[in-house]
Design a protein around this ligand. Structure first.
Ligand code: SF4
Ligand code: SF4
Ligand code: FES
Length: 517
């Protein structure tokens, strides 16, 4: 270890780390634009200047490695003065765009101007004109006048996706981010450049001008787009009960700092093709009638010993799956099957790759394996079942007509809904809390973001309602069920759901990486 002092605080730091890493780990703020903890350091913006005793010049914290005995000051008058000059230089040609810029409210130029500069511009000449509103690809718009040439976007396409769509062309004050000849920014991770652009130069064509960011609140979630289960931030407007944007959340074990473009659009599942009202025998009914019919059908089936098929979905939460286990404990006329809700043909741009995107477009197949084993039959032939309880969209590709009496619980209005005895609207992942086990065997929890119709029960409440009919008491909340589960699965060791939300990754299957602490 190397002993250094930052702002009077003595720190023991691993050799090879930079000053900015050591400071951030110790909770000391150093501003940065071009530095990104997930990418190669470039050291071009100079905003991270710090003062090192016995060195005549200020040094860039992101590129200077720690050395034994270093005494560093991050907030001295000399440092403030240095950063003020850097900001003045960066802002000389910057347009007065803030009122119309999508980055306003989360822009590092605005933030650091208030922290270090607060001076009127001394620049009297004509500002440089550069291209504005340039589509770089299907999802990313570019404004060259706002760009501070930090090169993060270039390094992302060079080192992370290795697709090399972006480069810096021109010299001096004519330098500009450009597309490489013959390329467009259309790799499956293109929108990450919007997240990492520290200013308003790169904006999302899906999000821009839809909402000022200060009207949004953010909750942590898990992307339901594939079995990778990337950690995400969900930005939503609580007044409208609407999600506007999904961004990646740092999770070094699962997705590092990134997510794919397809995953960002999963918020559309909260509005597109929803089943909003219950159906009984093809007709819209109120919840009371539909639940009463569902309970009666379930009761008849279990009392008369009929052959029941329960079709599970790899999109169900671990808690829902465990509630089904509780519901069916001791019943031996039941066969479990496993359906599919989404396939790569359902509008995904990429089937799978060797970075994050998985071919299995469900977030919790490993959760099904954890509780039901990995030998459940696929949904192909439903002849021979007297009754079906179906979770999700498994019947999408089944043409069998007529179907046996069935209850289906799904958020999506599929064409098979009118053929079902009772169809009950389900919730999307953004409308409930729960947990998923991803393809690596890592368990992660997520919170409810959007509220739902107060009259409409959620999946757990409906399962508990069926339990009442068969004399089984099943808890109705995610927290209670998770509690039961964590006392059943040795690896969870009595963990509570709120503990799970605080942890980023809990290994629950053998294949989970050993290095998770
Ligand atoms: S577009 Fe954004 S990320 Fe790219 S160099 Fe300019 S400021 Fe940096
Ligand atoms: S890789 Fe999978 S889990 Fe990650 S963002 Fe994309 S779809 Fe979502
Ligand atoms: S953050 Fe250090 S030079 Fe840009």
């Amino acid at each position: 270890m190397v002993r250094i002092t930052i702002d009077g605080k003595a720190l023991d730091v691993e050799p090879g780390k930079t000053i900015i890493q050591a400071a951030h780990e110790a909770g000391i703020t150093i501003p940065y634009y071009c530095y990104h903890p997930g990418m190669v350091v470039d050291g071009n913006c100079r905003i991270c200047l710090v003062e090192i005793e016995k060195q005549p010049k200020l040094a860039v914290a992101c590129k200077t490695p720690v050395a034994e005995g270093m005494v560093i000051h991050t907030g001295s008058p000399k440092v403030h003065e240095g950063r003020r000059h850097v900001l003045e230089f960066l802002l000389i040609h910057h347009p007065l765009d803030c009122p119309v810029c999508d980055q306003a409210g989360e822009c590092k130029l605005q933030d650091y101007y208030y922290d270090y500069d607060l001076a009127r511009s001394r620049f009297k000449d004509q500002k440089n004109k550069k291209p504005k509103v340039v589509p770089l690809g299907p999802y990313v718009m570019f404004d060259a006048e706002r760009c501070i040439l930090c090169s993060r976007c270039v390094r992302f396409t060079r080192d992370i996706t290795e697709t090399n769509e972006l480069l810096i062309s021109g010299r001096g004050d004519r330098s500009v981010i450009s597309l490489a000849p013959g390329k467009t920014l259309d790799n499956p991770y293109s929108m990450n450049v919007v997240d990492i652009c520290p200013v308003g130069a790169l904006t999302s064509r899906d999000f821009r001008f839809k909402k000022r960011v200060w009207f949004l609140e953010t909750k942590n979630g898990i992307c339901p787009g594939c079995s990778r289960g990337c950690s995400i931030h969900i930005d939503y407007d609580p007044r409208e009960n609407r999600i506007y944007r999904i961004r990646p959340r740092k999770n070094l074990w699962v997705n590092q700092y990134w997510m794919c473009d397809d995953g960002r659009f999963t918020y559309r599942r909260t509005t597109d093709h929803r089943l909003r009202t219950p159906y009984v025998e093809g007709k819209e009914k109120d919840w009371k009638t539909a639940l009463g019919t569902a309970s009666r059908l379930w009761n008849d089936s279990i009392r008369t010993g009929k052959r029941i098929g329960i079709i599970l979905s790899p999109s169900m939460t671990l808690e829902e799956l465990y509630a089904i286990r509780l519901l069916t404990e001791g019943m031996n006329s039941i066969e479990f099957l496993l359906g599919e809700d989404y396939t790569p043909e359902d509008g995904y741009s990429v089937v799978e790759d060797d970075f994050l995107i998985e071919g299995d477009k469900h977030p919790n197949r490993k959760g099904v394996e954890l509780l039901f084993g990995n030998s459940l039959s696929e949904v192909k032939d439903l002849q021979g079942f007297d009754f079906l309880l179906i979770f999700g969209r498994a019947l999408r590709k089944i043409s069998q007509d007529p179907l046996p009496p069935a209850i289906v619980l799904t958020p999506v209005f599929d064409p098979f809904i009118p053929r079902i005895s009772v169809a009950l609207p389900g919730r999307t992942h953004f409308e409930k809390s729960g947990s998923f086990v991803n393809s690596q065997g890592i368990l992660q929890g997520f919170q409810k973001v959007l509220y739902t119709d107060s009259q409409a029960p959620g999946e757990l409440e409906i399962i508990a309602e069926l339990g009442k009919v068969s004399g089984v008491s099943i808890p109705q909340t995610t927290e209670e069920i998770f509690d039961l589960l964590s006392h059943t699965l040795p690896r969870l060791n009595g963990l509570t759901f709120s503990d799970l939300l605080k942890r980023k990754a809990i290994p629950v299957l053998e294949e989970a990486p050993l290095w998770i602490s």
